[in-house]
Design a protein around this ligand. Sequence first.
Ligand code: MNH
Length: 493
Amino acid sequence: MAETTATGLPKGFRGAEQGWPELHRIPHPPRRLPFLGDVLGASRRTPLQDTLRYAGDLGPVFRRKAFGKEFVFAWGAREVADLADESRFAKHVGLGVANLRPVAGDGLFTAYNEEPNWQLAHAVLAPGFSREAMAGYHPMMLAVAGRLTDHWDRAVAAGRAVDVPGDMTKLTLETIARTGFGHDFGSFERSRPHPFVTAMVGTLTYAQRRNTVPAPLAPYLLRAATRRNAADIACLNDTVDALVRARRTTGGGEGDGDRVGDLLDRMLATAHPVTGERLSALNVRRQVITFLVAGHETTSGALSFALHYLSRHPEIAARARAEIDAVWGDAEVPGYDQVAKLRYLRRVLDEALRLWPTAPAYAREATVDTVLAGEHPMRRGAWALVLTAMLHRDTSVWGADVERFDPDRFEPGAVRGRPGHVFKPFGTGARACIGRQFALHEATLVLGLLLRRYELVPDPGYRLRVTERLTLMPEGLLLRLGWRGVGSRAAAR
Ligand code: MNH
């Protein structure tokens, strides 16, 4: 099972035909072509948003066929809750995730459930996300946020608009690199992205394109891209190997002394609490790449979408600012505990992740022969893609106005009034996101600092467009900034 073919896809990679004995009962789009399948109107650049357009009409479970392979999608609240049952279902490593195996191997995100390195790495790294560990990252997160506000201050002074997704990506990359690995990519000082970032974007884009090209044709259709991808992977490996080598020889990050056991220290030094086993050098490389990639793209998107909505809803921004002023007061910088107290701002973030869950889908497979939601028989090994963005628009639980941005949906009373498993931006079960608290702390902290300091002025001509490269990101989002009212500038720093 852990075997992969030369293409990086798991051996026996297959469509839904074998695992779903009553597949014919699952609806598919009209106008299906022989051999090619449901490709009319399909776009290679936005496969997710494409699929979302069909979902509403086809219902909570549907299928799509592309290039001879059939895939089952699920998004109804009832079906997704059933797929969360860990006694019958587990993470499925398929499609986009499987396409990343050549880059991340048996790293945490891409490991097969039964691969021994998943258990080992999970045990070694989970304490790196404990409350104590997070409190240790807080000052480094503040330092990186300070580089962002320096950069934005210069934009205000020059009357220049800021590139929101670009700057959020610099911020989140520097944050995970600093807190996880004591490394500095110098993103804010560069006029062009660090080569690591270019290579990373290249591998993500390539992994997504592999989904839209039939595997046997990939060597022909993607020849040049495949060569570039190999160079990109080599660049990622070289960058990470240098970083690890530096740590092994110095025994410390940048020697600043405030690094109290970061993720890399844990990877290199921690033994499994029971077996005493350690991560191999190859596995450490894969984990570092995994964390640098998984630890920043999605948070960057979440911050960018939240800033977009805040700029478009001055009344919501005003409520968030009132809370920030009340909780943070005149403190020059917020303490660790003052971030989680921004309850309303957290709801803004949750609402942004409801509309645009930046990791927009996850796959679940049956671990026993079973029936999905009492309706669709599945053989062991059969799998479905959960469309989170559509789950978050299920009108039966979220109401008729699902497209409206409304953070009050996440007031405690409203949350209690909904069934479980209807909000899943971080996946589910044992393989859910290990970095959830990290991302939420970082994003809430940064939104708080930015709202306290700047007015966000949207470009009235901008209409939200969403790009896909496995993760989601607003495209071309520029904001103009102003200093926030009198006194707040001094209070901000
Ligand atoms: Mn994250 C898994 C979403 C931030 C590291 N992450 C997942 C999954 C989702 C997800 C969904 C499950 C995928 C699947 O089932 O196949 N992650 C997010 C989102 C954000 C995010 C929406 C930000 C917002 N993730 C982060 C951060 C880190 C991180 C920050 C690291 C610091 N995520 C991971 C890792 C996994 C993961 C590692 C794999 C965990 C496992 O399988 O054990």
